[in-house]
Write a protein that binds this ligand. Structure first.
Ligand SMILES: Cc1ncc(C[n+]2csc(CCOP(=O)(O)OP(=O)(O)O)c2C)c(N)n1
Ligand code: SF4
Ligand code: SF4
Length: 603
């Protein structure tokens, strides 16, 4: 059967068609659609497909399933693997009974991530095989292959996608008339294996791990690489490539009619290094085209191998045809002009700044925090989510990684006692990794304010569910924070800036009275949550009384609602198509009260 599928949807079908019974993960672009699609296509099948509180938890839930004999998978973005890496490093010694596919989507070019790390490096570090699909079709095929290899060698197998595979679409051929085999889990006690404690048990497993990876190398060569080597024509030069990078290299070769052999590697680790080095010797020059780090290049490094390590390939950012051709020129594969236009680069950024949505409650919280806790006397650590866009309001000083706002607030409060620390974190991020540092802060008697912006969803990554929402409040952020030992104040947001400012004045007062972390739980739904947002948006649409506007910039620099922009007369104007009618600007943002309800204009 043929379907037009996004890479991530193809992976979801691949999971279904390899009888995967458990899929667990944590959202993160560009991986999120994998689990969402499994939830959609599984229909009534007895498949567990759930979001976890973080990637480590997701990994461990699914991995236990694989130990119990069912086929399982965990999904995450590349930085999520940092969080799950503790579990991964041990799982690679212990292995699994059912298949365990670890799906990680990388983001070369930092399109929506804080790093562009290459997860293949993690596979090499953990000594587990990794498959690197180049297209949505391969994303489907390789998911099934990963499941087979995992089951056959009883080892977690990584499927490493990148944004250009996960988010591109093509017609994908998938299995027809598939019947799901509902195999039941059956945990078999094997204490020396599943609970191998240092040192004797682990020593044994470490030798087994080495032995296993050697066998997988052989498999890689015989089944995946050798058939392709047999088809090489024996030209003067060779390109070795994998994943999405292969697509760029192949297109450049085809479009320019270059006579260069190209060997596509499906499993970049473990590589049959000796055999590849033999192959490399039969060519004059070999260029390795891969994203993002020189993983294969390091493995097959020889005098005539070129790439990033020889400085013949760009070191940062995504691959594209212009960059590939530039490398061809550097190593002497091509002498003509570079026919491809430079795409976006740091030198010519033409980007619109990301911004909070019109009507987003997060904006008012930041505006009010700044009004009450003045920037010169405060430090604003924040975290990762939609609320990070509070950066546009200059209401965020630091962003590191998920959960770090809380521990960094603790650190800042300890290091700089002359300032008040007001940290911000989203509800999903708090559950992900904010709880442990809050306990630590109470335990260490730190004093700061932590504002949890609870919009009842994981908005940034596509509004996935959160523990509180899914349990109808059985898991309650307020009680969790209280249980951690923090003082808690709750605010039910209203679209009136004076209400929010007054609330933060109360917060300031309370903060001065106590000697522990003060947590503020600010509740309001995401403005894109159409069902719920209509309950708090009053439908008061704004316009500007131009006579009153003195072009002071307060609204465009301190409140920054997207419909606001200066017109050709140098006066503020509201784009009526973007205004969602929250009415907040009218409630007191402008020092001269230039914002008025639309129908009042001209009164
Ligand atoms: C370790 C890690 N996992 C996942 C992500 C992707 N990610 C970015 S923000 C975010 C959650 C945002 O949700 P929330 O904290 O509720 O804030 P909101 O976007 O709803 O304001 C996620 C999952 C990430 N950046 N890092
Ligand atoms: S804050 Fe008021 S006066 Fe200042 S630019 Fe905006 S609308 Fe004009
Ligand atoms: S009413 Fe004002 S603050 Fe609200 S969305 Fe419209 S322009 Fe933005």
């Amino acid at each position: 059967m043929k379907l037009t599928l996004m890479g991530n949807e193809a992976i979801a079908y691949g999971l279904l068609h390899s009888n995967t019974k458990m899929v667990s993960g944590y959202p993160g672009t560009p991986s999120s659609e994998i689990l969402t699609t499994v939830q959609k296509i599984k229909k009534d099948l007895p498949i567990y497909a759930q979001w976890a509180t973080n990637e480590k938890v997701g990994f461990e839930v699914a991995y236990a399933g694989a130990i119990a004999g069912v086929n399982a998978a965990a999904t995450m973005k590349q930085v999520g693997l940092n969080v799950a890496s503790d579990a991964l490093m041990s799982a690679s010694f212990i292995g699994n009974k059912g298949a365990f596919v670890l799906i990680v989507a990388d983001d070369p070019g930092f399109n929506s991530s804080q790093t562009e790390q290459d997860s293949r490096e993690f596979a090499r570090f953990a000594r587990i095989p990794v498959l690197d699909p180049a297209t949505p079709q391969e994303a489907y095929d390789f998911t099934k292959l990963a499941s087979n290899i995992s089951k056959r060698f009883e080892i977690p197998v990584m499927l490493r996608s990148v944004m250009r595979v996960s988010h591109s679409r093509e017609i994908v051929e998938i299995e027809d008339n598939f019947e799901f085999n509902d195999n039941q889990g059956n945990f078999e006690r094997d204490i020396p294996r599943w609970a191998a404690v240092p040192r004797a048990g682990r020593l044994k497993q470490a030798y087994e791990q080495i032995d296993r990876i050697e066998k997988i190398k052989e498999y890689n060569y015989n089944e995946l690489i050798k058939p392709k080597i047999d088809k090489l024509r024996g030209t003067k030069n060779l390109i070795i490539s994998s994943g999405a990078a292969y697509g760029y290299a192949k297109e450049v070769i085809d479009e320019l009619g270059l006579d260069i052999d190209i060997l596509k590697i499906d499993m970049p680790y473990p590589l049959p290094t000796d055999k590849l080095k033999e192959l490399v010797k039969t060519y004059e020059k070999v260029l390795v085209v891969e994203e993002t780090y020189p993983v294969m290049e390091e493995e097959i490094r020889s005098e005539n191998v070129y790439g990033r390590m020889s400085n013949d390939m760009h070191l940062v950012d995504e691959m594209n045809k212009e960059r590939v051709l530039e490398s061809f020129k550097k190593v002497g594969f091509y002498n003509g002009d570079n026919i491809y236009q430079p795409v976006f680069s740091v030198e010519n950024p033409k980007i619109r700044k990301p911004n909070l949505c019109p009507g987003c409650p997060h904006r008012d919280i930041y505006f009010s925090i700044k009004k009450v806790f003045r920037p010169k006397k405060s430090i604003y650590p924040s975290d990762i989510g939609c609320y990070t866009l509070g950066i546009n309001l200059d209401a965020i000083d630091t962003v590191l990684c998920m959960g770090a706002s809380v521990s960094m607030a603790h650190g800042f409060a300890t290091a700089d006692k002359n300032k008040t620390v007001i940290a911000t974190i989203g509800d999903s991020t708090f559950f992900h990794s904010g709880v442990a540092p809050l306990i630590n802060a109470v335990y260490q008697k730190a004093k700061f304010i932590l504002v949890i912006l609870d919009n009842s969803t994981t908005a940034m990554t596509g509004r996935q569910t959160t523990p509180e929402r899914e349990t109808n409040g059985e898991v309650d952020i307020k009680k969790v924070a209280q249980g951690c030992g923090a003082e808690v104040m709750e605010y039910f947001y209203k679209p009136d800036i004076n209400e929010t400012i007054n609330f933060f004045k109360e917060v300031k007062k309370r903060y001065e009275e106590i000697d522990r972390p003060l947590v503020v739980v600010s509740r309001q739904y995401c403005v894109l949550d159409k069902e719920r947002a209509k309950n708090f948006l009053p439908g008061i649409f704004a316009t500007v009384d131009e006579d009153k506007c003195v072009a002071c910039d307060v609204c465009t620099t301190q409140y920054v609602c997207p419909p606001m922009a200066y017109n050709e007369r140098g006066k503020m104007e509201i784009d009526p198509l973007l205004c969602v009618g929250c009415g907040v600007c009218i409630s007191g943002i402008c020092p001269t009260d230039a914002f008025v309800p639309r129908e009042e204009k001209g009164k």
